[in-house]
Design a protein around this ligand. Structure first.
Ligand SMILES: O=C(O)CCC(=O)C(=O)O
Ligand SMILES: [Fe+2]
Length: 272
């Protein structure tokens, strides 16, 4: 849907007046079948009208420069975006590390889940058609080394990170546009927010070269990151004041040939 009838017009004004977050309003509109860009734009327009403060970009913790020495390895910076805060890295993982991570997970993949907005329980949905496997934080020497590297790169305490997740997308599999943070208005978010607080940033690491498709896309920012073995995309969506960045809406585009393997690191406000 790409237009608002009178009922939706009233609904938007009402929700903004009640103090609902932009993110929760956008998510409700996506659930109702609105196009992501349209939902985002409508909420931003109505919010300006209603005098709701826009997301304030504060300093990104990632170090400046073309190269960042991260724990045990020099990582290259390929691209940065300020709004939303996105950094693309190369040489985060070695080819051998990527191969090992894939080999270790291949045998124990399960269909990916999302968090039910109401109950907070994990559920399988059509919008997320990958399969995955999780590592416990620092479960062995390799995982710990990578965790330390990512903590240095993200400049965020290792203790605030969730365990890493490996995902595999086959041809046609995708993750439709979504936010990684827990929508504050959803009853199901409360239990997640109670331990470690909000998610503040994500690192998606590409473990293989994808024959075609499978980009990480930020539809409202017009950013597309091509998957490439050893590379990673970092994005930050919560500022120190606890606001959440609506421009961080992102998706894993459908794989059109080959397969796509990624590993994801989500980091929280506090120890997790
Ligand atoms: O597959 C991708 O490129 C993005 C994955 C993602 O957004 C997620 O796992 O939260
Ligand atoms: Fe995501």
């Amino acid at each position: 849907m790409t237009s608002l009838d009178d009922r939706w017009h009233a609904w938007l004004l009402d929700n903004l007046a009640r103090g609902c977050s932009h993110e929760s309003i956008v998510i409700a509109m996506l659930d109702a079948g609105f196009e992501p860009a349209f939902a985002q734009q409508s909420v931003a327009t109505y919010a300006r009208f209603a005098g709701v403060p826009a997301y304030q970009y504060d300093a990104c913790p990632v170090a400046a420069g073309n190269r960042i020495y991260a724990h045990d390895r020099e990582v290259e910076v390929i691209a940065r975006c300020a709004k939303p805060q996105v950094v693309v890295f190369d040489k985060v993982l070695t080819d051998e590390e990527c191969a090992t991570l894939i080999a270790r997970c291949r045998a124990r993949m399960n269909r990916s889940t999302i968090i039910d907005p109401n109950s907070g329980a994990e559920q399988v949905i059509a919008e997320r058609t990958s399969s995955g496997a999780a590592f416990a934080r620092c479960e062995d020497e390799l995982i710990e080394r990578i965790e330390r590297r990512l903590a240095a790169l993200m400049a965020w305490p290792l203790e605030n990170g969730e365990g890493m997740q490996v995902l595999r997308y086959g041809v046609g599999a995708q993750y439709t546009p979504h936010f990684d943070y827990f929508p504050p208005q959803d009853p199901g978010s409360a239990a997640h927010l109670a331990t470690g607080g909000q998610r503040v940033a994500t690192m998606v690491l590409y473990l293989n070269d994808v024959e075609a498709g499978g980009a990480t896309v930020f539809p409202d920012a017009g950013i597309e990151v091509a998957p490439r073995r050893g590379r990673a995309v970092y994005f930050r969506y919560a500022n120190a004041a606890g606001q959440l960045d609506p421009l961080s809406l992102h998706a894993g585009a459908p794989v059109t040939a080959g397969e796509k393997w990624i590993m994801t690191k989500w980091v929280r406000e506090r120890r997790y």
